[in-house]
Design a protein around this ligand. Structure first.
Ligand SMILES: Nc1ncnc2c1ncn2[C@@H]1O[C@H](COP(=O)(O)OP(=O)(O)OP(=O)(O)O)[C@@H](O)[C@H]1O
Ligand SMILES: [Mg+2]
Length: 518
């Protein structure tokens, strides 16, 4: 197997990416139509060929061609480019597994609400501080039930598998606000109602397909193959990206799972997995400072787990500096500088390369042709190579969207399909809380009936003054209990300090995703 992969050829010579340094992350940037996806495909197919697994979001569906060999004869541009830089095209497909949140263009990918954790769920729901507080309380209650419940049913009440489970626990909180308030801090009904509306919207957007079981197994992204190749996992993202918060939360969840589950390997010969995060600007667009810091932390730490993260976006300015500085392998396609902010982006992109006396980087970035890029990677010693104006090589696989029929055949033939095909719906919060609420309601109704009968009976006896006897069951407390906790007394929503403590307890992973409990 090779020790490096080919990117293309510059006047200085061939430009490569050292597999040993591929876990030092990367950036593929450039304006629309400048060749980013083709570059990604060139890298992905060679990673697979050299035993590195790949996970990539396929935003437009045009990466799927990687599963088919380059047709004979190849398209004119590919032939011309190959000739121009003196590479031979050897038509070849790579092993691909297709995934799709909506289950149409690949095996369904799911995770549970519990696995997402309160921080990412808050981000998916674009929650306000108060709503994030309420979510944290909901997760904490669920967590307490899961860990401290006496019976299976008591424990499983805390299982938040899908959105219905989350809604059920929120309903529980508002139905039992006194009790919950005493233990966890008061959550106002308005906050719960607002969250319920957001959840409904999320469901209407089709996100309920995504939450549930079977949860995506990381090992299924990295199954060893008899031919020693890596597998390319493509996540159909055309539709998913229409819900940008869900899209980025899912990729973040996956990143944090990888970080948490994979063993420490230091600097391996080649990464175990390379993760391409396309449309990366979506991740950072409305991200809080806190989330950015966490992403930076995951990116920094995941390297020693043998995972390389490659962000793909139009301009490097889309990526916060602290994250950008972690990306050692840079491929910069053309940027246009029409507006002052474009010009700023060009300057920023240029500044991110090590100076090269022979190249005016600012000028070059604007002059680059399609399929041409400024390239600087980390060499075997970890030092950045001088930036070189590079003609990117064509891939050996088909460029553009795979024929739908071929794709469906591949999905049907893949042995992973069986396990993920149908959603497993275990008894969880929704069912158990629903059952118990119903039982409580019937008990209350029976009690009310009993009281009514007792009243009628005493009336019939024409008692001059009907006082409830000791044996008369007490009416369910309607009136609000006396405020007990200082938080309740103050009548405020959950105090920030309390939320922080709860959040800390739940934050087992960097992104607050609890450890797997399956
Ligand atoms: N390495 C290359 N050599 C020659 N031509 C290329 C190369 N890469 C891309 N092209 C040409 O540019 C076209 C667009 O490339 P590609 O789809 O990769 O652009 P993109 O930057 O991903 O665009 P978008 O932002 O719209 O997704 C290709 O179909 C091909 O004709
Ligand atoms: Mg593209």
């Amino acid at each position: 197997m090779a020790t490096s992969i080919d990117i293309g050829v510059a006047s200085e010579g061939p430009q490569t990416l050292a597999l040993k340094r591929a876990n030092r992350h990367g950036l593929i940037a450039g304006a629309t139509g400048t060749g980013k996806t083709v570059t990604l495909q060139v890298l992905a197919e060679q990673f697979a060929k050299n035993g590195v697994n790949v996970f990539a979001a396929d935003i437009k569906g045009d990466l799927s061609g990687i599963a088919a060999p380059m047709p004979e004869p190849p398209p004119g541009w590919a032939k011309a480019r190959a000739q121009e830089i003196g590479v031979t095209l050897s038509s070849e497909a790579q092993p691909v597994v297709f995934w799709d949140v909506y289950g149409e263009l690949g095996h369904p990918v799911r995770t549970t609400v519990t696995e997402m954790g309160p921080v990412l769920m808050a981000s998916v729901l674009d929650a306000t501080d108060a709503q994030e507080g309420a979510l944290t309380v909901a997760f904490k209650i669920a967590d307490d039930w899961l860990t401290k419940g006496a019976t299976d049913e008591d424990r499983n009440r805390g299982l938040l598998l899908n959105l219905a489970d989350l809604r059920a626990i929120l309903t529980y909180i508002s139905d039992n606000s006194d009790e919950v308030g005493k233990q966890y801090g008061l959550v106002t009904p308005t906050t719960i109602a607002a969250l319920q509306r957001k959840l409904l919207q999320l469901e209407m957007d089709g996100a309920e397909r995504f939450f549930g079981e079977k949860v995506l197994e990381l090992s299924d992204l990295m199954r060893p193959r008899a031919d020693g190749r890596g597998t390319i996992n493509l996540l159909a993202s055309e539709r998913l990206v229409q819900s940008p918060r869900l899209y980025s939360a899912f990729l973040l969840w996956l990143m944090s799972e990888l970080w948490e589950d994979l063993p420490e390997v230091g600097d391996p010969d080649r990464p175990k997995l390379v993760f391409f995060f396309d449309e990366a600007h979506l991740l950072f667009r409305d991200a809080t400072k806190e989330l950015i810091q966490k992403v930076e932390q995951v990116v920094r730490l995941i390297r020693s787990k043998g995972v390389g993260i490659y962000f793909v976006t139009q301009s490097p300015a889309d990526i916060p500096d602290i994250v950008l500085s972690q990306l050692g392998n840079r491929i910069q396609h053309a940027l246009r500088a029409y507006t002052p902010s474009d010009q700023k982006a060009v300057k920023a992109a240029a500044a991110s390369f090590r100076a090269n006396a022979d190249l005016d980087v600012v000028k070059a970035i604007q002059e680059l042709g399609v399929g041409e890029a400024l390239v600087s990677t980390l060499d075997e010693t970890g030092a950045p190579t001088p930036v070189a104006r590079t003609k990117v090589r064509p891939p050996n696989s088909q460029v553009g969207t795979l024929l739908l029929a071929t794709r469906q055949q591949m999905i049907a033939a893949c042995d992973l399909g069986e396990a993920y095909k149908t959603e497993i719906d275990r008894e969880s919060a929704f069912e158990i809380l629903g059952k118990r609420a119903q039982a409580a309601a019937s008990a209350a109704a029976a009690e009310a009936q009993q009281q009514a009968e007792a009243k009628a009976a005493s009336k019939a006896a024409r008692a001059p003054r009907s006082t409830p006897s000791a044996s008369t069951p007490r009416a369910p407390a309607r009136a609000r209990a006396q405020p007990v906790t200082p938080i309740e007394r103050a009548g405020t929503r959950v105090a920030t300090g309390v939320v922080n403590t709860l959040a800390r307890e739940l934050m087992r992973g960097i992104l607050g995703t609890p450890r797997r409990r399956r």
